[in-house]
Design a binder for this molecule. Sequence first.
Ligand SMILES: [Zn+2]
Length: 238
Amino acid sequence: MAYQATRPRISPENVSFAPGPGVAVELQKHLDDRTLPERDRRFAEDLLRAYRNGGCTGPQWDWIGKLCARAQAAIQAKAGPAPQATLDNVSGIIDLVERARDKLNFPKLRFDVAFEGRYTTIKLNVAGAKARVPGSLTVVAEPEGQESHWIGRILRDGRIQVSKPYHSPAWMQAFTATLHALSADPIKFATAYGRRTGNCIFCDIELSDERSKHVGYGRKCAKNYNLPWGDRPTTPEF
Ligand SMILES: [Zn+2]
């Protein structure tokens, strides 16, 4: 006898698990991947042994379904829900990027997010008409020595959406803190960034002129983005 003929009792916990090889294979996979809660391992092994040795009874199938559901719940709990984060005001960031729309094909901001003792360089640009969410801000990571990759987007209503590898609360905290500072006063942020790093937030080129160092961005970018440039520091900067 391969399988028990009687139908397993259907409970809310296992309603999506039809008895049969498929669900047994899934439970075995949860065992192999260690995605099953530790306390259920021995029971799962007993059930799968019964399955291999001639078939399971209705209640045993019932339990195989329940254990698969528990493993899936554990996987879900570990992944965590997509983090919710919003910015109060995105329009200032978009305005700053778009200031250079007439002069540049790809106006963008590039700056660092301090995370786990290191800096992650990210690039922001306004998504074009052909993008999935036109007009939103696209966020791309540009890690040193690695290929750049998509982090997520900031919608015009302020919602921040990030891809799964960036769901960790620690990253979201660092990321949103930086974005809050940027959105609160984008030009001030650009200036502070250039002064701190010595690089222009718009083109990433090192600032050499003392007037550029003073405003925190280069002369050419000041022109492209219609920003003040030319003042010399009134007091010596140390
Ligand atoms: Zn520049």
